[in-house]
Design a protein. Sequence first.
Lengths: 199, 195
Amino acid sequence: MLLMFDDKHKNHLSFLTDIDISVLQEFCKISIEFIKKGANTKVYQSAAQKLGVSAETVQNGVEGLMYLLTESSKLMINEIDFQDSILTLGFSEEMRQALLELYLDRRKEVRAILNQMSMELPHYHNLEWRFDVELASRSLRHQVTPTVTMKLHTEENGTTSTQVLQTDPTNLVHLTSVLEEALQEIKSPYCRRIVRNIK
Amino acid sequence: MELSQSILDGLTLAGETSHIPDKCFSVLVTRAFDGILDERHKQLIAKDPSFRSLDQAVVKEAYYSMVALVSEASKHDLDINSISSVLEECKYTNERIDVFNKVFTSKKPLMQILLSSVGTSPPHIVDVNWRLDYYIKNNHMERVNEAVYLIELKTEVPGTSETKDVQFSCTQEQLQDLVGKLKDACKCLEKISQM
């Protein structure tokens, strides 16, 4: 799969084609920082002064580079496709190599950051359990009722919430057997076939 | 078991043949139990033909004292001797004590089951549903390709008749962790039950 760039992007990135390779690497670092923490206008100002161009050009260059990185990480394109995609932008052989290295090094990080942006369901974090025997309550004395009290920790978007739940021995055994079945299902030939074919 | 004076007075009233004749007494005792055990039988005593000829105020007092005795006795898990001594203090004849004891022994387990469900507890898990999805992509990222389980625990909350659901997702490793912990709990249960 190849990345498509429209003219605006090509324009922004064209500024980067005439610079030194070391400057390009600086720009790569700045765009990674942009992805992680957001824009840093002071850096743009100082870079613009050093290179003798306007701050806006610098910003466009950084954003163009960032777009290149995020799109390629999002689509998980392989080396060959990445190289083919940047061929049309007018970078020299050396620069293309540097960009490829940058992409391969930082791909996982960028994907992790993109992951944080996507929708998340409350997911399981931990389960604590304990075994109790209820001896009496206000409405009935002389009881011997076994119960299992559990605390379920779930996490959503960084916040953990806990819930106290209860069950009796029969339901505990039932719960365990049903969930074990669920776990076995993913190892079944059918699921394996689907997983293999969707890659 | 402590019963208030008004209840003891009412019990004495229920024991007197002049107020509650013998054949009405066993009906009174049975109604007292059934009124608690089944919602639909609560008001039946008002329409019962056996009590129509009697003074309604007396019937009412006798009924509520009987209900109080029945629930307190079940709550404290009293045996026949303790109840017999309470009834003897209220000047009951031996036949009436026997009638009461017979109904009491047959209905006590049901009363206790009902009483044990009264009270608060955390949501009680009764069932679990699961679903296995394959997460392919989202609008920020493609080629995610992960297997995700969606688990739904059905719980009953005392006091409401509907089940409340607890939903969460987990990956294969997280589900393995969860199942491991549940299996530990089951093993612990087995060991305890064998002691």
